[in-house]
Ligand binder design. Structure first.
Ligand SMILES: [Zn+2]
Ligand SMILES: [Zn+2]
Length: 206
């Protein structure tokens, strides 16, 4: 598996590129900004982009969405419960951030437990609401991309539209902490971790 982390955009959200070593098929997750950096990385790795998956629809994760969608001509995939955010620049906060307004209708609406093939890899969608209603985590092999649900040593905000502290704690405990201890955690901001490390040291989970 190829996994690249590219902090991008106004709040340095992590854009991830996940690709299959054998077939070179790839997905872009959270194109937060800096589209040229993302495009160049895809070219350097000689990957064939098949789609863009959003962990959720907040402005800081979608700064390069419009440009990459038209550059690669691929579908945008998002959990169905965040569709209303992606379509409204007030609700997705791009209007309030120092960036271009983003209002896009997603092409594919995702559901919990859905599987997406990336070449010979299988990405499993795990619905982890709480930061937003449609926040997802994406598990591929022994790695999980957690968006703004789970950070190293912290968790996402729950005071924004659709947020719920009770829901985020439920999502983390019942859907993420049940994964294997050695599963690598790749959050929407900041450095990576493991499920075991978060279970033992994250003050919101202990
Ligand atoms: Zn967010
Ligand atoms: Zn964020």
């Amino acid at each position: 598996m190829i996994l690249k982390r590219l902090p991008a955009g106004i709040y340095a959200a992590n854009c991830y590129i996940i690709g299959c070593n054998e077939t070179k098929n790839a997905m872009i997750i959270d194109p937060a900004g800096d589209e040229e950096k993302i495009i160049n990385t895809i070219k350097d790795l000689d990957l064939k982009v098949e789609g863009i998956i959003l962990t959720h629809a907040h402005g800081d994760h979608i700064g390069a969405l419009k440009k990459l969608k038209s550059y690669f001509n691929v579908p945008i995939m998002l959990h169905e419960s965040d569709k209303y955010l992606l379509e409204d620049s007030n609700k997705n906060l791009s209007k309030q951030m120092s960036m271009e307004d983003v209002e896009i209708t997603p092409d594919v609406l995702l559901k919990d437990k859905e599987n997406i093939n990336i070449g010979k890899l299988k990405a499993e969608i795990i619905h982890t609401p709480g930061h937003t209603k449609g926040s997802i985590s994406i598990k591929v092999d022994e790695s999980v991309i957690t968006g703004d649900t789970l950070f190293t040593g912290s968790i996402g905000r729950t005071d924004l539209l659709g947020g719920s502290f009770e829901e985020i704690i439920n999502s983390i405990k019942n859907k993420l902490m049940v994964l294997d201890d050695n599963t690598k955690v790749y959050p929407g901001h900041g450095p990576s971790s493991t499920i075991e490390k978060e279970r033992k040291t994250n003050p919101f989970i202990k």
